[in-house]
Design a protein around this ligand. Structure first.
Ligand code: GLV
Length: 444
């Protein structure tokens, strides 16, 4: 106790130290941390990594509003508005659309915990970290996991998926629309229809792509934008509505995304929606999902997605829901198509600037580049960590290195939501040019 008193006096001054002594005499083992007596300090940074992105003023204002109870009518109203916002940004009419109290990872777990039962066959496209994570989670559930593996930077063609569906007969296929670790935009046109012909559901991760690249959950025909990326399949060229022998109108069964990228909301909430086919599978389960927190039948009730009166499930992060509501309202006001165009233009400008610096884009095919997160080959002779650190230290801008299988191979620059501007591209280009001049370069 004597030690605690002397130490605490030195750090906290006599008044607080006296409190420590009093409390210590009541058997407190740990003194109040000195670090917590300092004011909270948050530096100003431009977040041009893969997320989180900077919050918009409207979203920040929502974060300062008073807390209400999670079962107050006003909060139910906000939850209903979030559901409508999800239906808009996902372009779906699914009634089972809601927000999860947790980051995008949590939405991935919610999807897999509810859709898979032990022994179910699960086909997963692994060409970056998100496929790896889906594989890991499904293995924990005891599913029979069948990975389709590609080197980082790869994507999965309809033909490859069809062969794997025929071979493994899965109940569920996972694809990442925006593979943030590699900067690849996975084409989706026709995959839902293909899965449904094989009695398989399609689960898509759009954490990194939502709001930045077209996605239509209920009708995965993106009218040209992704069709350009779609290789010919079984001798049939890319088909849109009425333009080929089959009109590919079947959509995605489960789609999820996160709050912290294009939506410019704080990390910690995610969006998810289930088709009727997916819902039926969940409601016909033989076993309970292993997670109570993420049990969709409970969440559906709490979010007012079924006909029963809402009952308590868990205490939702109310303030984060305000922020999410405001971020969805902002995107709805801007309009999805305008947002897609903003991201396409900003990323194309970034690509031109990067190539002007002599840098190489990691994804060679322009049609497969994610408009939200650009991956750049780490320039020869440099340590990527030096570049990232230089830009943070000297320009207060975050960019990132690779992640999972792309670690050490790429630098990643995110233009997410309100951050997707020419001005920000100019800032990061200037910072990169300087970093390339000043960072050490090994002799080749
Ligand atoms: C997270 O989403 C990342 O790609 O770093």
């Amino acid at each position: 106790m004597l030690w605690a008193l002397t130490e605490a006096r030195a750090v906290l001054g006599h008044r607080t130290a006296g409190w420590v002594r009093t409390m210590a005499s009541r058997s407190l083992l740990v003194a109040p941390p000195a670090a917590l007596s300092k004011p909270l300090f948050i530096p100003s940074r431009l977040l041009l990594g893969p997320g989180p992105s900077n919050l918009t003023p409207r979203v920040m204002a929502a974060g300062g509003l008073p807390v209400l109870g999670h079962m107050h009518q006003e909060v139910y109203q906000i939850m209903d508005e979030i559901k409508q916002g999800i239906q808009y940004v996902f372009q779906t009419r699914n009634p089972l659309s809601l927000a999860i109290s947790g980051s995008g990872h949590c939405a991935l777990e919610a999807a897999l915990f509810n859709l898979l039962e032990p022994g179910d066959s699960f086909l997963v496209g692994v060409s970056g970290i998100w496929g790896q994570r889906a594989q890991d989670i499904a293995e924990r559930i005891g599913a029979r996991v069948c990975p389709m593996v590609k080197a980082p930077g790869g994507h999965f063609t309809l033909q490859e998926v069809e062969e794997a569906l025929a071979q493994h007969k899965p109940v569920l296929l996972f694809l990442a629309h925006g593979e943030s670790s590699t900067g690849v935009l996975q084409p989706l046109d026709g995959y839902g229809e293909l899965c449904h012909r094989h009695q398989c559901l399609l689960l898509v991760d759009s954490v990194a792509s939502l709001g930045g690249a077209p996605i239509y959950m209920d009708r995965q025909d993106t009218c040209g934008v992704l069709r350009l990326a779609q290789p010919a399949w079984n001798g049939v060229g890319p088909a849109g509505e009425g333009s080929g022998p089959t009109a590919r109108l079947d959509g995605i069964d489960v789609l999820y995304s996160g709050s912290q990228k294009v939506l410019n909301a704080p990390p910690g909430t995610s969006l998810i929606s289930f088709s009727d086919k997916a819902k039926n599978k969940i409601y016909a389960r033989k076993t309970k999902p292993v997670s109570f927190y993420l049990d969709i039948q409970w969440l559906a009730n709490f979010w007012g997605c079924d006909d029963r009166p809402r009952t308590y499930h868990h205490t939702t992060p109310i303030i984060s829901l305000y922020s999410l509501r405001e971020s969805l309202a902002h995107l709805a006001e801007q309009g999805l198509e305008n947002s897609w165009q903003q991201h396409r233009e900003a990323s194309e400008y970034l690509h031109t600037c990067l190539q002007g610096l002599g840098l190489q884009l990691f994804v060679k095919d322009q049609a497969l580049r994610l408009p939200t997160i650009t991956s750049v080959v780490v320039p020869m002779g440099y340590d990527w960590r030096d570049i990232v650190k230089y830009i943070m230290d000297h320009h207060h801008i975050e960019i990132a290195g690779g992640l999972g299988p792309s670690a050490g191979k790429v630098l990643r620059i995110g233009l997410l939501g309100g951050n997707a501007t020419r001005e920000n591209v100019d800032r990061v280009t200037r910072a990169l040019r300087e970093a390339l001049q000043r960072c050490p370069r090994s002799k080749l």
